[in-house]
Design a protein around this ligand. Structure first.
Ligand SMILES: [Zn+2]
Length: 84
């Protein structure tokens, strides 16, 4: 199982960060530019990643169907040819 992590991209400088905890007692800042890191922003980015993944899956679905239909046709044709 993957480690439980929170990923964060600094909106100010684009640095990618990983957190083990969503919320800490101390205020966190970007190590590159000092941008204040809020848990709400971590949540927002996590949600955006889920939506992006769903959009990718929707885009990949027609290709998956085309491959399945192609494989089925190949089976039918090869069965037809071998039966002659
Ligand atoms: Zn930064």
């Amino acid at each position: 199982m993957a480690r439980y992590q929170y990923f964060y991209t600094c909106p100010q400088c684009g640095t990618h960060l990983e957190f083990k905890m969503r919320v800490t007692q101390t205020k966190r800042r970007c190590p590159q530019c000092g941008w204040r890191i809020y848990p709400e922003e971590i949540d927002r980015q996590a949600e955006a990643r889920v939506l992006a993944r769903r959009a990718r899956e929707r885009k990949a679905l027609p290709y998956a169907i085309a491959i399945a239909v192609g494989a089925l046709l190949f089976c039918i044709i090869s069965a037809f040819l071998s039966s002659r």
